[in-house]
Ligand binder design. Structure first.
Ligand code: NAD
Length: 470
């Protein structure tokens, strides 16, 4: 792909970062903004970002000057007539983008490729609104664009052969890892990530566990970089809600019904970091210490029994609390079911559990060195309910032919900072364990989406422990 000059329209959060990415790769950039005020903001954004890189020693002063010198800023779209590629990063509104691409189509030379950074709008609809539908694709960068390694390259049913490969090749030249996908709502990352986040909100709404406990469970128990509520506050609750709506409009799946609690937060203007308050607010929400039960009996985990013994808690035949790890004793008022995942101890409280036993178990697990996650005694508790459903979505995505296994794994690693992709994670947990966990979830919920993906079920039935890769 000959690339003398690239246009970037909209120099906000994403556009300024995208302009920087191209300029860093030695490509001339023409950045277009709506007016002079926005243009000054875009320039400041670029200067701040490259200034930070200079302070951190990632750029020399001379390199920074070269990068900034490669970027020309203008309010005139006509300056894009010679661009080889124009990527838009204006607000997520169909009417604005259709108007923009209509004009770019008239201004730009016939060979120019047009690209959209949209997160959730139909790339096909945008392409169809121009006179060059074959040369309009999605080029979905992640925030912050100079840092995040993933670019989702989105082709449509009308994209000319070769255009997606050209744009993917360009992404490699920019030092990014492209994943090429079709035009499905949310592409790979948002289509998998947002339903998981929405599910966490549903658990909170249903009182299954508290905000901080769910965040601890997913961060410390699963090893995700952030808890779901921390991430929602970062993404913006309005953006998350909007993407859920787009997903639901396309799929009509029970999995994509936007949580009413999420809607309430958005309606109340609590949008996350951008508005100063979202699921996390100004008020201190620090953890509260609970007094441990004085006597205990541990069933099913010699390690936990040892830890408590070392901490001075002697086993008793008539204990205040029975901690049941695995197994299935008949439940009673002082029994708390415990599931250990890494440093997290989920504490399942049933209708029978007394408040005293629940609090006493919480204190004991904390003393034993775990992060207690109290929750209602529901299938999958917190971790498996959230994680296995999320993994199931990935299997369904692959099964639908939307994206390849390795692409889904790479997209989630690079786009969300996961240490392992969903398929690698299923294989490390065990396909049968995930399938059985999903069966338990489905038996309790009976929602169509909670059933194990047929492929997962078939692989387990066939005795396979890995997904087939080409
Ligand atoms: P933003 O509001 O920060 O920036 C949009 C910019 O576009 C503003 O600077 C605005 O002045 C400018 N603009 C508006 N109308 C314009 C016009 N007609 N011509 C030229 N410039 C115009 O928005 P953002 O967060 O950077 O999002 C931009 C796009 O990127 C959206 O489609 C969004 O869905 C997508 N996206 C956002 C993120 C994210 O995390 N913010 C991540 C990936 C993709």
């Amino acid at each position: 792909m000959v690339l003398e000059m690239v246009g970037v329209v909209g120099l906000g959060t994403m556009g300024a970062g995208i302009a920087e990415v191209f300029a860093r790769a030695g490509i001339r950039v023409c950045g277009v903004e709506a007016d002079e005020v926005a243009l000054a903001r875009g320039r400041a954004h670029l200067e701040r970002s490259t200034g930070r890189a200079l302070d951190k020693g990632k750029l020399t002063a001379a390199e920074r000057e070269e990068i900034l010198a490669r970027v020309t800023l203008t309010t005139s779209r006509a300056d894009l007539r010679d661009a080889d590629l124009v990527i838009e990063a204006i607000p997520e509104r169909m009417d604005l983008k259709v108007e923009l691409f209509g004009e770019l189509d008239r201004i730009c030379k016939p060979s120019t490729i047009l690209a959209t950074n949209t997160s959730s709008l139909s790339v096909t609809a945008l392409a169809a609104a121009t006179g060059r539908p074959g040369r309009l694709v999605g080029m979905h960068f992640f925030n912050p664009a100079p840092v995040m390694g993933l670019v989702e390259v989105v082709g449509t049913v009308v994209t000319d052969p070769g255009v997606v490969d050209e744009v993917a090749g360009l992404a490699v030249r920019l030092g990014k890892s492209p994943v090429t996908v079709g035009d499905g709502a949310g592409f790979v990352v948002n289509r998998l990530l947002l339903p998981y986040l929405n599910h966490a909100v549903t658990l909170l709404d249903h009182g299954v566990a508290a905000r901080d406990d769910i965040d601890h469970a997913m961060k410390l128990g699963v090893g995700l970089p952030m808890g779901p509520f921390q991430l929602l506050d970062l993404i913006g609750l309005d953006t998350a809600y909007e993407i859920m709506n787009v997903l639901f409009d396309e799929s009509r799946s029970d999995r994509h019904v936007p949580s009413p609690l999420l809607r309430s937060y958005v309606a109340a203007g609590l949008l996350g970091r951008k508005s100063g308050r979202g699921f996390y607010g100004e008020a201190g929400d620090g953890p509260q210490d609970k007094a441990p039960a004085r006597t205990v009996r541990v069933v099913g985990s010699p390690e936990l029994a040892d830890r408590l013994d070392t901490a001075g808690f002697k086993e008793s035949d008539d204990p205040d609390v029975v901690l049941q790890v695995g197994g299935s004793l008949p439940l009673s008022g002082n029994t708390v079911r415990v599931r250990l995942s890494g440093q997290v101890a989920e504490l399942a409280v049933s209708v029978l559990t007394t408040q005293e036993a629940a609090l006493g178990a919480h204190g004991l697990l904390k003393i034993a060195g775990y992060t207690p996650v109290p929750c209602k005694d529901r299938a999958g508790l917190v971790i498996e309910a959230l994680l296995f459903s999320h993994l199931n979505d990935a299997v369904r995505m692959y099964e639908s032919g939307y994206a390849a296994i390795d692409d889904i794994d790479a997209a989630m690693r690079l786009g969300c900072g996961y240490v392992t992709g969903p398929f690698e994670l299923i294989e490390s947990i065990g396909l049968a364990t995930v399938r059985d966990g999903l069966r338990a979830l489905h038996a309790e919920r009976l929602t169509p989406s909670s059933a194990p993906a047929p492929l997962l079920d078939q692989l387990v039935t066939a005795g396979l422990t890995r997904f087939p890769r080409p």
